[in-house]
Design a protein around this ligand. Structure first.
Ligand code: HEC
Ligand code: HEC
Ligand code: HEC
Ligand code: HEC
Length: 210
């Protein structure tokens, strides 16, 4: 929303300039517009085209800048950790960091020690790594924000699914392409649809609900 005054100022500036140019420095003649629409329109067509083009460009720019990158983006994390960089570009296996995913109901977020397995040597002076270092030195767990939720009463276990070769992306999406993971609350229909497709246990709603 901080963008609004900027947009307003930009549009006002474009508008005023266009009128000044279009009316040859006599802005008041713009009011004869209604009387001589066609003549004024023809005389000003270059300026009008410029006006529309500018408005379009400003809108497109703002959309690209705020709209596209902001849409569906996840919560800001204490360290701008990127799965795209780590799991995508550098192809670090998911389970290197989420080591308990096969063994525990809570795969967990890697502890800060794990970051320094690499970042002792890789870009150790990078400001965000130094911030991570502070967490490490003060033995504070990094306050990551959780992004995937289940309704309270549902019990979910990764183990069973991974044994049946269900891929991470079938439930979490293409994590290795994301800089910031967006929030998602799993609904029961999501579980049931796949259980129907894969002919997995549907009677499990007795088992899943405690
Ligand atoms: C069948 C669907 C499914 C698959 C496949 C799956 N997950 Fe999950 N994952 C979930 C659900 C549902 C939750 C939320 C669990 C909760 O809140 O208790 C979750 C939560 C997580 C969490 C957060 C856990 C925490 O402790 O807060 C991590 C990390 C995770 N998954 C990693 C993985 C990885 C890595 C893989 C692949 C090796 C994977 N998941 C495959 C459904 C799945
Ligand atoms: C297996 C090695 C490895 C581990 C473990 C690892 N990283 Fe990285 N990290 C890298 C590499 C490689 C880069 C890319 C460095 C570069 O661009 O020169 C990187 C880049 C980064 C960056 C730079 C910004 C960016 O996204 O490009 C941040 C911040 C970061 N890591 C944070 C973390 C945190 C926090 C952890 C722990 C949860 C972690 N890393 C664990 C290898 C690792
Ligand atoms: C270098 C370590 C590292 C690797 C490799 C990695 N992750 Fe993560 N993962 C993290 C950290 C740190 C967080 C917490 C910050 C965040 O949510 O972005 C996290 C969070 C998550 C979450 C969100 C859990 C929640 O509910 O908060 C999921 C799901 C997840 N990772 C899945 C994956 C999958 C799937 C892969 C492989 C494609 C993968 N991760 C590879 C370090 C890693
Ligand atoms: C992408 C497909 C997929 C999704 C999504 C999925 N499951 Fe599953 N689920 C399976 C498969 C495949 C099995 C393995 C059945 C087996 O072991 O024969 C399974 C097994 C289970 C089991 C063990 C059932 C038994 O036989 O005792 C439970 C419990 C379970 N899922 C709960 C859930 C819950 C809760 C969710 C939603 C958060 C969910 N599943 C989402 C595919 C999925």
């Amino acid at each position: 929303m901080t963008a609004l005054p900027v947009i307003a100022a930009a549009l006002a500036a474009i508008f005023i300039t266009t009128i000044l140019i279009g009316t040859g420095g006599k802005p008041l003649t713009v009011f004869t517009f209604f009387a001589q629409t066609k003549a004024v329109f023809l005389r000003n067509k270059g300026a009008l085209a410029a006006l529309f083009a500018s408005v379009f460009l400003v809108a497109a720019f703002l959309f690209a800048f705020y709209g596209a990158s902001g849409a569906g983006i996840g919560p800001e994390q204490p360290i701008p950790f990127s799965h795209r960089v780590h799991a995508g570009v550098k192809a670090i296996p998911c389970e290197f960091c989420h080591s308990y995913v096969r063994r525990s109901t809570h795969p967990g977020i890697p502890p800060v020690e794990k970051c320094f397995y690499c970042h002792n040597d890789i870009i150790p002076r990078y400001p965000w790594i130094q911030k991570e270092r502070e967490y490490f030195d003060t033995k504070t767990p990094t306050p990551w924000k959780k992004v995937f939720y289940l309704p309270e009463h549902v019990l979910f276990n990764h183990e069973r699914h991974l044994k049946m070769e269900v891929q991470c992306r079938e439930c979490h999406g293409a994590i290795e392409t994301m800089d910031r993971i967006s929030r998602k609350r799993f609904k029961m229909g999501f579980c049931i649809t796949c259980h129907q497709e894969k002919k997995a246990n549907l009677g499990c709603w007795l088992a899943c609900h405690n």
